[in-house]
Design a binder for this molecule. Structure first.
Ligand SMILES: [Zn+2]
Ligand SMILES: [Zn+2]
Length: 195
């Protein structure tokens, strides 16, 4: 039985295979690197903290009667089409994650009260739009896309015109294809000898 060689020399496929193999090796090395293991262990440790009743009580005490420092949403308030807001305690300094004692010290760790949406999206490089206080925007721009659209209605108009144009083109093509198909069918039927 012929077994295809794993290592093909001097061929494009061989080169591709080698590149893919290197990618896999690179990923595995990345996974087992000390830096990555530290990150994974850290996450495990913090997830354990989050499950503890001490953390839940810490959040309850520190968020009571407060609103999100970024978007000013109150607990249970509904913004846009999101679920009722929940508040949490944010640790802006990574150093605060070192010990549970420091982590649960609101003042020493320089904690902030944030809603869970602001807290999660800041990790993704986004914060609340200061104009509408509903949508989020990348840190580097001053307002969200929806507020930007409101200021430039011509963008939406252009998109609408483009959509209409494509719809028309698609319709014409479908019509032509259908006409061709039915003509072919007709010709076929006519060419068949009568039995
Ligand atoms: Zn918020
Ligand atoms: Zn906005």
């Amino acid at each position: 039985m012929d077994v295809p060689p794993l290592w093909e020399e001097n061929s494009e496929r061989g080169t591709l295979k080698r590149i893919n193999l290197l990618k896999v090796v690179w990923r595995v090395v990345g996974l087992i690197s000390p830096g990555n293991i530290r990150v994974i262990n850290n996450r495990k440790k913090i997830r354990k903290w989050w499950q503890s009743p001490v953390w839940k009580e810490f959040v309850r005490i520190n968020t009571e009667g407060k609103c999100c420092e970024k978007c000013r949403v109150n607990k249970g308030e509904v913004r846009g089409d999101r679920k009722p807001a929940r508040l949490t305690v944010d640790h802006p300094y990574r150093e605060a994650y070192k010990t549970l004692e420091l982590y649960l010290d609101f003042l020493k760790s320089r904690c902030r009260v944030l809603c869970t949406t602001c807290n999660w999206l800041q990790e993704k490089g986004k914060d609340i739009c200061p104009v509408c206080l509903i949508h989020y925007k990348p840190f580097s721009v001053e307002k969200c896309w929806y507020c930007h659209l409101k200021e430039h209605p011509e963008i939406e108009e252009e998109q609408r015109v483009k959509r209409e144009k494509w719809k028309k083109i698609r319709k014409e093509i479908t019509k032509k294809v259908n006409a061709k198909r039915s003509a072919q069918l007709k010709a076929k039927r006519q060419s068949k000898p009568h039995q």
